[in-house]
Design a protein around this ligand. Structure first.
Ligand SMILES: [Zn+2]
Length: 368
């Protein structure tokens, strides 16, 4: 297939050049002017960018209703994401290995899915579904979704092993409380020993990496210090947290969509600016639990927070792929996976990216 007559964005340099893109099977075979090839697709007036990668989404967050409702809602969510040009996602808990299998076998359509299953937490943390009136309110009780609650370093190792047994690609841990819990967002809900055990055990298990939910600066600092691969949210970072993240090579997935328009938005944007100044790599993730049609707004939020349009597009393509360790995607170069999005117009405006999506290819196949 030949995508002809359009422009191509080099996300690393930000250069836009007129070029054709030749696809062969699942891969990009060639990029350049005046190429020849079968099945010519007219891309004139458009801009080809790499398929988007969302590093923090919850495609199966439907907490209420029978178990099948959660799965079927996820099918619709995955299709919505693919329609937007999101060709790879990291689920930050909620999706099980069955969804990944269904996608891989072509039973359903959606982004390639990396799963973390459940959000590990210590007793009383946000992965521990329990309330004072009813005690356990386990809405995810399901043999494919092991218990995420642990205490102590050996408990942390066992929790990682449970997730690995159920085929998690990533280990997700909640180090702080949630924003909806007010001051608990600033708590550090596990010890350094517990965090170190989590990271070490994940590494022993096939080199798996840890993604850490942390709103407060101390939780982010503790997580980075222990060697997690990415700090998620990082709403209230400070100079000390950012210094440790930079020193440890931690990534930052701000999920600005979560606080956009809220009281915490100012602090969150300041956190992004601090991270940028410290040279911390940033990857996009909208943390969508519903409203999946809005995930590309995250790119606009990142751009406005200081990344600029090219930096934000990079965070949602090449940088996101780098965080996920997927070196076969995130750029329009020969040999790369043919995950591509054709946008209306050749400019770099990201304020309404969803409105610009004209066509989508995933692994060389047109899916929109
Ligand atoms: Zn999340």
């Amino acid at each position: 297939m030949l995508l002809a007559g359009g422009s191509v964005l080099d996300v690393v340099t930000g250069d836009v050049t007129r070029a054709d893109v030749l696809l062969s099977g699942e891969r990009i075979a060639a990029v350049g002017p005046a190429l020849d090839g079968p099945e010519r697709v007219d891309c004139s007036g458009g801009l080809l960018v790499p398929g988007f990668v969302d590093c923090h989404v919850h495609v199966a967050f439907q907490e209420y209703g029978p178990r099948s409702a959660r799965t079927l809602a996820a099918v619709a969510a995955l299709r919505t994401l693919l329609n937007l040009g999101v060709t790879t996602v990291r689920d930050a808990w909620g999706a099980d290995a069955g969804l990944r299998m269904a996608l891989a076998r072509g039973w359903i359509e959606g982004p390639q899915l990396l799963i973390s299953l459940r959000q590990l937490s210590t007793t009383g943390g946000i992965g521990d579904h329990w309330d004072p009136a009813h005690g356990p309110v386990e809405r995810f009780d399901d043999p494919s979704m092991p218990s995420p609650v642990f205490d102590g370093p050996s408990g942390a190792r066992a929790a990682v092993r449970r997730m690995v047994r159920a085929d998690a690609d990533w280990i997700k841990v909640a180090v702080s409380g949630s924003l909806s819990e007010g001051a608990r967002a600033h708590d550090v809900q596990m010890t350094d020993g517990e965090l170190a055990a989590l990271v070490d055990e994940a590494g022993r298990q096939g080199g798996r990496r840890v993604m850490a939910h942390a709103h407060g600066a101390r939780a982010a600092e503790a997580a980075a210090s222990a060697g997690v691969r990415s700090v998620e949210h990082g709403t209230f970072l400070d100079a000390s947290a950012v210094a440790v993240m930079a020193a440890q090579g931690a990534w930052y997935v701000p999920t600005l969509s979560v606080t956009h328009g809220s009281d915490a938005a100012g602090a969150h944007v300041r956190s992004v600016r601090l991270a940028l100044e410290a040279g911390i790599p940033i990857a996009a993730g909208a943390d969508a639990v519903s409203g999946y049609e809005k995930v590309l707004d995250e790119v606009a939020h990142l751009s406005a927070a200081g990344l600029g349009p090219v930096g934000a597009l990079r965070a949602a393509t090449s940088e996101a792929a780098r965080l996920l360790g997927l070196d076969d995607r995130g750029a329009i170069v020969p040999g790369s996976r043919a995950d591509l999005v054709l946008l209306h117009g050749s400019g770099l405006d990201v304020t309404d990216l969803a409105g610009r999506v004209r066509a989508v290819w995933q692994g060389g196949r047109r899916v929109r």
